[in-house]
Design a protein around this ligand. Structure first.
Ligand SMILES: Cc1ncc(COP(=O)(O)O)c(C=O)c1O
Length: 383
C-alpha cells in the first residue's frame, strides 16, 4: 500500500490543475503587478481576474477581497484592525479557536489595548451562545471572533445566528473560515459577517496565500505596511503565482462541490463504521462523528487508553499513514491540545484526528483501521 494521507485539515495535496495554472505564471508572468508597463499590466490582470471570480462565487464585491500570505495573516489583520482602526475595546472569542486568533487576542490583551472574554464551551464542543448573548448586553465596543468550522473537532458554528446577534448589539463579527472555505457554500450577500479569512492550502491550492474579506465601508489601514498594494491595505508585492493557484483551486472546489462532499462524506462514514466494528469503547471528540453537524473532512477519534498511547501516531507513520493528534493536557502539563482541554476531554484517552480529502479511498480506510485495531487486539499467548 502506498503512503496514506489522512491529515487534510493540516494541509492538502496541491491539485495538478493548480500546478498547471501556476507554472506559466512562474515561468513568464514575472512582471511586478505595480509596474505600469505591459509586463506589470499582464500580471495585474491575473490578480484582478482572480479577485473578480472569487468575489462572484462568494457573492461579494471584488473590492472586499484582499489577498494575504494565508489564514494566519488574515486572522491577525481582522483582530488588529478592530482594535487599532475601529476602536474596539473588547474581543469576545472562545478557547477553541485556532492559535492565529487565540494568540493574537492574548497578545493584544497583554499590550493593554483591549479586554478579552472567552466564551464557555460545552462538552460537545459547541460554544455557549447564551453566554455570548449575556456578554453582548454590555455597551463596550466589541469584536466577536468565532470560527466557522473547528480544525480539530469539526464543530460548526451557525454563522447566521451569531452574525445576527452581533448586528443587533452593534458588535463586529469576524469568523475564521479557513477550514470551511471551499468545503461549504458561503454566500456573503446573505451571511451577516464583517470579516472572514481563507487559506488556499486547505483546499488543494498552494501554501502561503489566502485572502481577507472585509465588508465594504469598514474603514481600516494596512496591517502590513510598506506599499500601496491591495488598495493601500496590504503592503508587499503580490504572490502572483500563489494568487493564480488560489483562484484555480477555489473555482475547481466550488464547481465540483457536490461530488467532493459526497465522496468525502462516504469515506468518513465508512471510517466511523469500521472503527465502531473493530475497536471496543471507541468514541469521538466534539461532534465530529455527526455527518450533518460537523466539518465533513474531520474525524477526531477518542481511543481507549492503551500501553502504546504515546506511540500511536508514530505507529501509524511507520505503516505510512499520516494523521495528527494529541490528547487533552493532563494536570500540570501544558503540552496537548488546547481544544480537547477546553471541552474537558479525558487526558487518558489518546485522540487522533483523521482528516479526509477527495483523494482518499475505502481501501486506505481499511488499511488504517487494520493497523490501529492491531494495537487493541490482545496478543495470542505463545504455546
Ligand atoms: C482554522 C484555521 N485558521 C487559521 C489557520 C492558519 O492558516 P495558514 O496556514 O494559511 O496560516 C489554519 C491552518 O492550520 C486553520 O486551520
Amino acid at each position: 500500500m502506498n503512503k496514506i494521507y489522512f491529515d487534510n485539515a493540516a494541509t492538502t495535496a496541491i491539485d495538478s490543475s493548480v500546478v498547471d495554472a501556476m507554472i506559466p505564471v512562474m515561468r513568464n508572468g514575472f512582471g511586478n503587478p505595480s509596474s505600469t508597463h505591459s509586463f506589470g499590466r499582464s500580471t495585474r490582470s491575473l490578480i484582478e481576474k482572480a479577485r473578480k471570480d472569487i468575489a462572484e462565487r462568494l457573492q461579494c464585491a471584488a473590492s472586499e477581497i484582499y489577498f494575504t500570505s494565508g489564514g494566519t495573516e488574515a486572522d491577525n489583520q481582522a483582530l488588529h484592525l478592530a482594535v487599532y482602526d475601529l476602536g474596539v475595546k473588547r474581543i469576545i472569542t472562545s478557547p477553541i479557536e485556532h492559535h492565529a486568533v487565540v494568540h493574537t487576542a492574548e497578545y493584544l490583551t497583554a499590550r493593554g489595548v483591549v479586554e478579552l472574554e472567552l466564551l464557555r464551551v460545552q462538552p460537545n464542543g459547541d460554544v455557549d451562545l447564551d453566554h455570548l448573548e449575556e456578554l453582548l448586553e454590555s455597551d463596550k465596543k466589541t469584536l466577536v471572533s468565532l470560527m466557522h468550522a473547528n480544525n480539530e473537532i469539526g464543530n460548526l458554528l451557525d454563522l447566521h445566528r451569531v452574525g445576527t446577534m452581533c448586528k443587533a448589539r452593534g458588535a463586529y463579527f469576524h469568523s475564521d473560515t479557513v477550514q470551511s472555505m471551499a468545503h461549504f457554500n458561503i454566500d456573503l450577500s446573505k451571511t451577516p459577517v464583517d470579516f472572514i479569512t481563507c487559506s488556499a492550502h486547505k483546499f488543494h491550492g498552494p501554501k502561503g496565500v489566502g485572502f481577507f474579506f472585509a465588508r465594504k465601508g469598514i474603514p481600516f489601514k494596512a496591517f502590513i505596511q510598506g506599499g500601496a498594494q491591495e488598495r493601500d491595505r496590504r503592503g508587499g508585492t503580490e504572490n502572483v503565482p500563489g494568487i493564480v493557484g488560489l483562484h484555480r483551486a477555489l473555482i475547481d472546489a466550488i464547481d465540483h462541490h457536490k461530488e467532493h462532499v459526497a465522496s468525502i462524506k462516504a469515506i468518513k462514514q465508512f471510517f466511523i463504521d469500521r472503527l465502531r466494528e473493530t475497536i471496543p469503547n471507541v468514541a469521538f471528540n466534539g461532534k465530529s462523528d455527526s455527518m450533518d453537524e460537523s466539518l465533513y473532512t474531520v474525524l477526531n477519534v477518542s481511543l481507549p487508553p492503551c500501553e502504546m498511547a504515546g506511540m500511536l501516531l508514530f505507529h501509524l507513520d511507520l505503516h505510512g499513514i499520516a494523521a495528527s493528534g494529541g490528547s487533552a493536557c493532563s494536570a500540570g502539563s501544558s503540552i496537548g491540545s488546547h481544544v480537547l482541554t477546553a471541552i474537558g476531554a479525558d487526558p487518558n484517552r489518546p485522540a487522533i484526528r483523521f482528516s479526509f480529502s477527495k483523494y482518499n479511498t475505502h481501501e486506505e480506510v481499511d488499511f488504517a483501521i487494520e493497523k490501529l485495531a492491531a494495537l487493541y487486539t490482545p496478543k495470542q499467548e505463545m504455546a
